[in-house]
Design a protein around this ligand. Sequence first.
Ligand code: SF4
Ligand code: SF4
Ligand code: SF4
Length: 320
Amino acid sequence: MEERSKAIQDRIREKARELLLNKTVDLIIGFGEGSFPLRTTPRFIRDPEKTDRLIWNSFCENNLATYLHKFNKFKVGIVVKGCDARSVIALSLEKRFKPDQLFLMGVPCQRMVDRRKVKRAVKGEILRAFEQGDQIVVEGEEFKTILKRDDFFYPSCQVCIHRNPIQADVLVGDPVEESPLIEIHPEIQEFAKKSAEERWKYFEKESSRCIRCYACREACPMCYCAECFVDSSNPKWIEKSLSPSDLEFYHIVRAYHQTGRCTGCGACERACPMEIRLTYLTQKLNRDVKELFNYETGIDTKTLPPLSTYDMEDKQDFIK
Ligand code: SF4
Ligand code: SF4
Ligand code: SF4
């Protein structure tokens, strides 16, 4: 196992045990071994003797802030990467928790490895995968392939500039050096240069592959409404079909509901079984919000997102 990940894992286990033993928290939310290679799973632990089930590596891709909604009556200790910590701040601004309810174990993030990209890079079924220094070792029945970790990051992780948690009660690893700001993912930048017709065509094609499983919604910490607009029958905003208009409506409204609230963690995209590039919309919106309102989600613990507030000096030119 990679040395840095091992040190972080030891520290998470030790801190989680201490927090449960001294009853600072009722529950720990972290990562555990997944059932398949290249996967981890969210792990919920109440027993201090079971904290050795917590793990840390480059496959800890879920945004764990998503699970906080299910435990908002408890004191929770949670493992947070840079993006998860930003989601916690955004959710706190929306009053989802009481300030003293959470204990954040912050992990300066080494960027997460894209399991689909790894699978595409090898021929045959992967039976085992692990980190070794800056490499990923992938083994199957008849092969062993060594890949350079840096070539396999998720698109959202490639452009991440907030890998160190902005807010944490304890840091369980040494801070990492933040990258300079890349305005928007180069792929999306290229896409933005296309004509409106070309972009719409791409959007139509991508959204037509959606099966409306809502895994993207479930994976996102910011999607927590008791009743999502897609499920409401009174009023009924959208049909249950896979018609182009229903699919496009779902994607457009989902993206707008994330305006000024999305941290760009990429959890929605990673959850999508159809591999739809959902962050084409959300990343562009994030950039627009930054340009128009100088606002970045989950950075400032006091300022509400632009669409949750107003200023008498706001431009009103759009109301004509
Ligand atoms: S978006 Fe940033 S903080 Fe989140 S997993 Fe990727 S690199 Fe880490
Ligand atoms: S919309 Fe996607 S990228 Fe944005 S916060 Fe939700 S899961 Fe993360
Ligand atoms: S996860 Fe993918 S397929 Fe499922 S609803 Fe979201 S975009 Fe559609």
